[in-house]
Design a protein. Structure first.
Length: 429
């Protein structure tokens, strides 16, 4: 077994190759589905309401995912422009959604008597999506899960159990792209979880796999949760659809909290600008159906990405500070020497719109359909001309304007007021 420094050196050397697809994918769909979905009171319902295991276990018998629910999830993910999916294979409640020998408390022995993980893998492959498994370290059903914190034998039994679960997931279903650990409690160190040995072993089974930072080791990417915070490494912001719950909630009452397509686009733009991914969650209903409030925004997001995807997918440049902020109601993403201006609102005055900060003249300014936009450059200011009064984007009302340069553009935010752009080191010539 490699030491931690040797292991981290080894996975760092393979990371660019393993993560090339992930870094260009940008947008994934998280799916939180389990026994808790039947109660509709958050995926932590068992712990929040102190439901005794024996009472909670009854949910295993009434768990009834409809036929084809995984295909429904994958179809929406595809339609939404997501490039990958992550499914809760087993959440903190300890119920496995697959044919597990290590964990008899599973969806083949109870409820639907089906291997939901298998159906999920088949659906993702059918729709050409990369995919992986959320796998909770914490477990509210296993007898050793909390004694592991202070009893050496219990800890050994429990960490062996966690290894066995993930070994099944990575050996029974073909190529798996992502392993998404969660809540490494109660042990507070990678040593306590045996994560170094386990993750080396799991990587030996699936050498191309990408592992997140929630097994008490940094691994491949950071996971800011319910916030879009850039990290100085690969990172993926995981977001509920409503800021309230990962697991299903009554749709009628959740709509006021749920994201619109514009809010999803705004989150996605921040990820594009700051060099990260967005993993947006849906919490399927008790029968596995996608909640009504998620369908329309995700569908519209996909339609918008059909037209504007070049500003989202692929190798984007990580921007800093207010870099390439064209005006007060837009933000940007950047690919090579092309800057994409995401107009959050559209209000040209007499057909004109001012753009600040660029010292380099673009060779072309256009809409995403190639329609050129006339512009006048006056020092570090540009005036776009003859713009349509009506918002050109009929899907979300977020039209992109593409600025193509022959080189990396010279740019300083609010350049008239040098004290405002300390974020950029470039000196004005
Ligand atoms: C938190 C929650 C868990 C959820 C996870 C998703 O860890 O405890 O319920 O699955 O976030 O990132």
């Amino acid at each position: 077994m490699l030491s931690l420094p040797e292991y981290e050196k080894q996975i760092a050397e393979s990371r660019d190759k393993r993560m090339a697809w992930w870094r260009e994918a940008r947008f994934g769909m998280f799916v939180h589905y389990g026994l808790y979905s039947q109660l509709g009171r958050n995926e932590w319902v068992m712990a929040c309401e102190n439901i005794p295991p024996k009472e909670y276990e009854k949910l295993a018998d009434t768990f009834a995912p409809k036929e084809g629910c995984c295909r429904e999830w994958a179809a929406l993910a595809k339609k939404a422009g997501c490039k990958y999916m992550v499914l809760t294979s087993r959440h903190h409640e300890g119920f496995s959604l697959w044919d597990s020998k290590a964990n008899p408390y599973n969806s083949v022995n109870y409820g639907p008597h089906r291997d939901i993980v298998k159906e999920f893998c088949e659906a993702c492959r059918e729709y050409g999506l990369k995919f992986g498994f959320y796998t909770s370290c914490m477990d509210w059903h296993h007898p050793d899960a909390f004694a592991a914190a202070y009893d050496t034998d219990a800890r050994k039994r429990f960490t062996d159990y966690i290894k066995a679960l993930n070994e099944e997931l990575l050996t029974q279903y073909g190529d798996i792209d992502i392993l998404w650990y969660d809540v490494p409690s109660p042990m507070e160190s990678w040593e306590g979880w045996d994560s170094l040995a386990r993750n080396q072993y799991l990587r030996s089974i699936q050498p191309h796999i990408i592992i997140n930072d929630r097994s008490r080791l940094p691994e491949d990417f950071g996971t800011p949760e319910e916030r879009i915070d850039a990290e100085d490494r690969d990172w993926e912001a995981c977001m509920t659809f409503n800021g309230v719950s990962w697991g299903y909630l009554d749709s009628k009452q959740t709509v006021p909290y749920s994201y619109s397509a514009q809010q999803i686009a705004k989150m996605l733009q921040t990820c594009c600008e700051r060099g990260g991914n967005l993993l947006l969650n849906v919490g399927p209903m008790p029968d596995g159906s996608i909640p009504e409030e998620a369908i329309e925004p995700m569908t519209k997001m996909g339609e918008w990405l059909e037209i504007n995807g070049e500003a989202v997918y692929g190798k984007l440049k990580k921007l800093h500070g207010n870099q390439y902020q064209c005006n007060g109601v837009s933000r940007s993403s950047c690919k090579g020497n092309t800057v994409y201006m995401w107009n959050r609102i559209w209000n040209p005055v007499n057909g004109e719109m001012g753009i600040g900060g660029f010292f380099t003249e673009p060779k072309k300014v256009s809409f995403m359909d190639g329609t050129e936009i006339e512009f006048e450059k006056i020092g570090d200011r540009m005036i776009l001309k003859n713009l349509p009064a009506e918002n050109p984007d009929k899907i979300l009302g977020i039209p992109l304007i593409k600025f193509e340069f022959d080189c990396e553009p010279e740019y300083r935010f609010a350049s008239y007021f040098p004290q405002l752009n300390g974020g950029l080191s470039r000196e004005i010539k």
